[in-house]
Design a protein around this ligand. Sequence first.
Ligand code: 5RP
Length: 220
Amino acid sequence: MIDKKLVGEKAVDFVKDGMVVGLGTGSTVYYTIIKLGELVKEGLSIIGIPTSIQTEELAKKVGIPIGDFKEIEQIDVAIDGADEVDSNLNLIKGGGGALLREKIIAKAAKAFIVVATPPKMVEKLGAFKLPVEVVPFGTELTEKHICELGGEPLLRQSEGIPFMTDNGNYIFDCIFLDISNPKKLEEHLNIIPGVVENGLFVGMSDTVITLDRNKNVLFI
Ligand code: 5RP
């Protein structure tokens, strides 16, 4: 918790007056949003573009003005958490189920900053189950196609009810034993009919904020 606060708060250093800021989802970027809310109260002028309904509610609560793509074409900086970060700064995201909007916003940003505590830093991606967002129609077939790529998909659900994303879709959390080529897997998953997006963020991160073993903030 304290580690998440340290890395989350540090990300506000990338935010300058007048910027449009992509606001990620999760318990690490939560601290970024809280800190930004404090800075807004002190006079910082920004517009936030949230990656989820949950983040939108939080941003509004702390006083960050919210915009959308009807009025904004480009984001200056997007800040978000991650479930895994490999040595090439490729990510697995989507543990919170917001991967689709997170990827749209990261792609629209001039700079994409990732806040990740040390346990998220891995040599190779794949210990965390890869979230894949799928349309509810024909999930049996979509599941079969994911299996053909070597994955073992498990429908995300609680008490027997499928988890539904902000976009009205389902999520398969997929065990992939070999993610040696994340780019190829990202592409292969996304051409399956029924797959909307997957949680591999390849070549998108500009900076990762984490901690060293003495808990000093580290920029990678
Ligand atoms: C949500 C995400 C989150 O960024 C990711 O799950 C990390 O969350 P946390 O900071 O709570 O560990 O991708 O879809």
